[in-house]
Design a protein around this ligand. Sequence first.
Ligand SMILES: [Zn+2]
Length: 80
Amino acid sequence: MPHDDIMHQKARYLIESGRIENLGNGIYNVIGEHGTYTIAQDHTGKLSCNCQGYLNKGRCSHAQAVALLTNKKRLRPKPR
Ligand SMILES: [Zn+2]
């Protein structure tokens, strides 16, 4: 299986198990398997994470999960 698919599945799992906490101002907490990570979105919409995987590769399942979540919200806004 290509690595990207694994990361995508992990990202979906994080969303579906409710492990993402929106702290506001573009800051999210993601409760991963090995700890809680902080994902920050800058004014351009780019996400960065403080986990080792992101530091090494510039991408990770946490940042991808937040990206999927925020895309979803944009497509289907929750009615108040
Ligand atoms: Zn991460």
